[in-house]
Each structure stands twice: as C-alpha cells, then as structure tokens.
Design a protein around this ligand. Sequence first.
Ligand SMILES: Nc1ncnc2c1ncn2[C@@H]1O[C@H](COP(=O)(O)OP(=O)(O)OP(=O)(O)O)[C@@H](O)[C@H]1O
Length: 263
Amino acid sequence: MKEYYFSTNKMCVGYDNKPLIREVEITLPKGEILSLIGPNGAGKSTVLKSIAGQLQLIGGAVYFGDDRLGEMKTSELAKKMSVVFTQKVTAEMKNCRDVVATGRYPYTGWFGVLSGEDERIVDEVMELTHTAEIRHQEFDKISDGQKQRVMLARAICQEPELVILDEPTSFLDIRYKLDFLSILQELRDKKGLTVIMSLHELELAKLVSDKILCLKGEFVERYGTPEEIFESDFIERLFDLKEGGFLKNEKLSGYIRQISSQP
Ligand SMILES: Nc1ncnc2c1ncn2[C@@H]1O[C@H](COP(=O)(O)OP(=O)(O)OP(=O)(O)O)[C@@H](O)[C@H]1O
C-alpha cells in the first residue's frame, strides 16, 4: 500500500524519446496543493502533460495510490482526475453553461444526458466559480480570463480527486487570481481536492501551495514546502536574477527580496 495519494518514481519526461527532465520524485498526500515553478522553458507544462497521461513517459512511473498511470482504465481515470491546459479553447456555438456541463461526461453515459443531480452540480459549481453570471453567454465570445474560470468550473464539475492546471491564473486580473486560488484552497479544505499546477506568480505560489517543485535544467532543482523553497537566495539562483541590470533598481530588487524572504 502506497503512503501517498499521488507519487512519481524516477519519472523521466521529454519529447521524441529525448529526456528533458530526469528522475522526478513527487510524493503528495491527498488534499495538498503542489505548484511547479521555474523559468520559461524549464519543463513545467511537459511535467504536467506527462502526469496527465497526455505525453508518454520516457522512463519511471506515475502512481495514484497503488494504481499505476497507464494501467488504469480511461473511465476510471476520468473520475479521479481532471485536466485544464491553457491553450486557447473554442467551443462553437456553446454557451458557458453547456461547456461547464460537459465536465459531467464521466457520469452521463453514452448520450450525455444530464440527470437532475448533474444539473444541480453544474449550477452549484458555476456559483462557486463566479461563472453563473455569464452562463448564457457564448463561450467563444467571452474574455480569456472568463474562459479560464469556465474551464475551472468544467474541471470541478467532474468531481475529481485531483485537478491538474497549467498556468491557471495567467489571464486573470489580480482579483480573480486571488479568487481562483481561494476557490482551490476551499475545495482542498472542504472536499480534500488535490491540486497540481504550474504558476508564474511566485508570491501566489508561496501563499497557496503546500509543496513546490522547482524546475531548471535536467534534474529537479528542489522539492519542498514554501518555507524550504523561499529561503535565502534560492529563488534568485533559480531565475538567474543575480546579473540583471534591474537589480540596481532599488524598488525592483526590494520586490525580489520581498518574495524571496520568509513571511
Ligand atoms: N511538442 C514538443 N516537442 C518538442 N519539444 C517541445 C514540445 N513542447 C515543448 N517542447 C520543449 O520543451 C521544453 C520545455 O517546455 P515547457 O513548455 O514544458 O516549459 P514551461 O516550463 O512550461 O515553459 P513556460 O514557462 O514558458 O510556459 C522547451 O525547450 C520547449 O521548447
């Protein structure tokens, strides 16, 4: 029996059989939030695609408890995990509520007919994610930030145990960034949702995460709690901030000190 809800064992990820990151070891209890941070091109999306089963592993394994990804039935996986990637999504002619409702597909059977209970869950999740007010708008005509919230609602509708999100807050304004992350925390605290996501906003990663995985180069740079990651000058080193001319700017270097130091 595995101790962790989600884990990887010597996971090696990359493209065309060429390793990009080797020996990734993640151990995550149920109901924790893991954020992936690192410079552009470090491999955050690649790791997320690999653990979501969208990109074949080059080596090692991914486990949900004792079950190994790749040996699980697709239908079983769809009830456990939902995935939200940021690439532009289109949904011709569908209104936002229709898009959210497609999140119920693991439960609706062949014809996708929603039961009364499915309808109730769709409405409840749209309230929770502040998407109810745009329910009748055509999905293709809302803003990118609104789309991100609708796609989160769709993922939550699936009632997953684990949600995987690639840069979920990238198009959101500060209010909705905070709103979005507090929804994730609420789902973690009330429903035991486990979250794995990539984030560019370091100060938010520090606030919201239980664990942080730092990527840079061929091996994982560091994996630990926010306290372990945001200590001394590790963040400056992770993002190569030592040399930048902007460090001569007092306000900008003050900002970096602020996000790097302990709360
Ligand atoms: N389909 C692909 N085939 C080959 N290489 C790819 C493919 N997609 C991404 N890469 C490469 O893999 C590396 C990691 O990319 P990835 O998108 O995982 O980084 P990231 O950390 O998510 O970056 P960002 O912060 O810019 O979104 C990059 O060098 C990228 O060029």
